[in-house]
Design a protein around this ligand. Structure first.
Ligand SMILES: Cc1ncc(COP(=O)(O)O)c(C=O)c1O
Length: 414
């Protein structure tokens, strides 16, 4: 993406001095690279994009155009997928809480619902009894120990009675069909991908050896690192896997296992990446509002906040670039970049040394994951999203800046 002070300043004049920049070609490249890595080991791999990670409609549309699926966890995301024009058959409804009216309409439209609990399954059975259009496609969300130190709360314990009863209930009910299995673990390590694959293979081997060929899909969920620059990788205590490493950990053993069973046709292997596709497909731009010194610590206050880019307690420093109109009056040393809120911990970057002036723009890379979608209307509403054209001169509006009215309009004023 070609950026210049002039371009940023022009955008700021029109849309405010804080904004996101979207990079759809990077997003496309990530989709293609991840798909190719998995397909080289298991050709019928499909990518279902995790809407929650960043549901900017432009991203979701690109996924649909590229032949990807929509992975949604709420009726809000389901509504968005449909509004974009994604056909129901390409929508997979996950998540621990689902509104039944939407579950029903997705099932009737030919979509797939991955069931998270026994109570949810019973409600679906009651609701679908005697409805036309059956059998409806269900998946079961699988929960097992992936040795990551986390007791996951998602899905059925695959060693518990409820899981076995769920399989029996679906099998006994002509309105329902077990179309596949799903799991999701948040840990991004390669070990977690090896263990989740082993775990799913174990479930299939134990319970579904004879019918796995009739499954439409087996999904291994999301939770992969995206591609990142070396300076970011260096901040992680472990090596960051590449897409091919994940494919070797997951698609390869899955292909070997199914090959060993001699199953043909085989189910689609699905992955549900969010972060891996979108993290480096967005940047965040703020203007420098003030530069001051407090007991020897240089503090730069910006027009943006860590709440715009996900305020996790141990924030990594994402790569930044400073764009100045001048040569920069100040030389700041080990400066901390603070946000516009009054929260003491609102820092976007720590330890910057270099030239910097009030009015400069700071561009933060790698902020596409859980940023825009998690910004609360705290102190200020959210900012605009623009996509610069490859020429680095023009740009298009992706989302207008939110107004104060947007925030106030849902309240009742006496
Ligand atoms: C079911 C499911 N799939 C996929 C994802 C995407 O995860 P990530 O953005 O880490 O790839 C999540 C995230 O919580 C999820 O819950």
């Amino acid at each position: 993406m070609k950026l210049s002070y002039e371009l940023l300043d022009r955008i700021a004049a029109e849309h405010g001095s804080t904004f996101y920049l979207l990079d759809s070609s990077r997003f496309r490249q990530n989709f293609e690279a991840l798909s190719a890595a998995f397909r080289s080991y298991y050709p019928s791999t499909r990518v279902a994009y995790s809407y929650k990670t960043n549901y900017v409609p432009r991203f979701c549309q690109i996924i649909d155009q590229l032949g990807g699926f929509a992975e949604v966890v709420s009726s809000m995301e389901l509504t968005l997928a449909r509004r974009i024009g994604v056909p129901d058959e390409k929508i997979f409804f996950n998540g621990p809480y689902k509104e039944l009216a939407y579950v029903k309409s997705l099932l009737e439209g030919g979509g797939t619902v991955n069931v998270d609990s026994w109570a949810e399954l019973c409600a679906i059975r009651r609701m679908t009894d005697g409805i036309h259009g059956a059998p409806f496609k269900l998946g079961l969300r699988c929960n097992f120990d992936v040795q990551d130190g986390v007791l996951s709360r998602l899905g059925f314990d695959v060693h518990g009675a409820a899981f076995m009863e769920a399989i029996s209930l679906i099998d006994a009910n002509p309105s329902l069909a077990l179309a596949g299995l799903q799991c999701h673990f948040a840990t991004r390590s390669l070990a977690c991908w090896e263990n989740r694959t082993k775990g799913m293979i174990g479930v299939i081997d134990r319970l579904f050896r004879n019918r796995v060929a009739s499954f439409e899909f087996v999904s291994l969920g999301g939770g992969m690192y995206g591609r990142m620059p070396p300076e970011m990788m260096a901040q992680f205590p472990v090596p960051i896997p590449e897409f091919d490493d994940y494919a070797v950990a997951a698609a390869k053993p899955f292909a070997e296992f199914l090959g060993g069973l001699g199953k043909n046709p085989s189910p689609v292997l699905m992955v549900e990446p969010g972060t891996a596709l979108v993290a480096d497909a967005m940047r965040f731009v703020c203007a420098v509002h003030s530069i001051k010194d407090v007991r020897g610590q240089s503090i730069v206050t910006l027009s943006g906040s860590s709440y715009n880019i996900n305020p996790t307690p141990n924030r990594k420093n994402v790569p930044i670039t400073v764009f100045s109109a001048t040569e920069g009056e100040h030389l700041v040393e080990r400066a901390n970049f603070a946000g516009y809120t009054c929260i003491e911990g609102d820092y976007l970057y720590k330890g910057y040394t270099g030239r910097l002036s009030v009015g400069d723009y700071v561009v933060f890379d790698d902020v596409g994951s859980y940023s825009v979608v998690m910004k609360p209307p705290f102190i200020l509403p959210n900012v605009a999203i623009l996509e610069p054209d490859p020429d680095g001169v023009s740009y298009r509006l992706i989302k207008r800046r939110e107004t104060y009215e947007d925030v106030f309009q849902s309240y009742a004023f006496a």
